[in-house]
Design a protein around this ligand. Sequence first.
Ligand SMILES: [Zn+2]
Length: 379
Amino acid sequence: MMGSREWGVGNRDWGLGTGDWGRRARSVPVAIKLDILSSTLLPTPHSPLPFFLIVLLLLAFSFIVPLAAGAQESTQAGNAEAAVQKPAFALCPENARPGDPVTVGYSDAFGTQGAVPKGLQAVLVDSKGKRLVKAAFFSMPREEGEQELKAAVLAIPSTAVPGNAVIRIESQDGIIRDLPFVIDKRDFFSETIPLDQGNTDLRTKPDPQKTTESEQLWIILSRTGTEIYSAGPFTLPVTSTRRTSMYGDRRVYEYTGGTKDTTIHAGIDFGVPKGTEVRACARGKVVLARPRIVTGNSVVLEHLPGVYSLYYHMDKIAVSEGSVVEAGTLLGLSGSTGLATGPHLHWEIRVSGEDADPDTFLPRPVLDKKEILNKMSVR
Ligand SMILES: [Zn+2]
């Protein structure tokens, strides 16, 4: 539970910078004075006068210190007031690899009485100024008396170039703040997959139905809802640890006609036999459960605003669109429907439309209110 008291703690944390300075400013002169005392004014049996001076100084201190403390308190109050007039931000984490999710926290409720800028979003901008991905902010659930807190979840694209970047907070009125962010280096595997005539046709033959399906899926995946079904962490959808393709694999498809095409694998393939139980990786709403041409029998779950998990190539689907499932609910049985060279489960996570590495959602929650509050600072 995040009570208003914990918000108070967060509040004080944001002002810590100024509080620390205030404390240091006071402690320096005291330390200097004590130094002077110890080096030059310590009483010796032969010098009674310095001892008399010490008594005088101590008397003087008893007046000066409370005065200084009073002055400092009012300065601190002034600083705190100035600090809360500005929006506060949190980046969790402040550096990440391609494929990793990043949660951005935002609050300006103190200064503007909750007037949140319209069209508030976070945008990852690389070192060359290229806008890579963007995510809309959504409201975090809050307890009675808690301050308004917003969050946005981004995924670093697997193609992002490592280096210094920024996460730009912007509204429809323009840039609010550029928060420094570092994209770490990450290597991905490469693989070559020869396709038979059926799979070659699936990828290369124009088909209006295929286009319609891909447009429908894109509409679902780029939607930022309001409901938080699960903040994570997620669990694996199958018990098997046999993986035949990894997230971010650079794939070369060899078509029957001799031509090639390069793609990037957006999820993890588990090489499981046909009929293996596939289970929900977290609580979520079934936003798609139907056969698709390329991905076969497919299920898509919505877990957080903009965060979805996808399950492809299943033999049978066990859930229906619109229902809310718990973590571990049976979604269907694995198979090799759609574009598949053998039975397997393709498991994928999408964040604001961008594919993310599913493994990074297993060890920790994607939305951790405590972590957001701990990292919140006025910048
Ligand atoms: Zn796959």
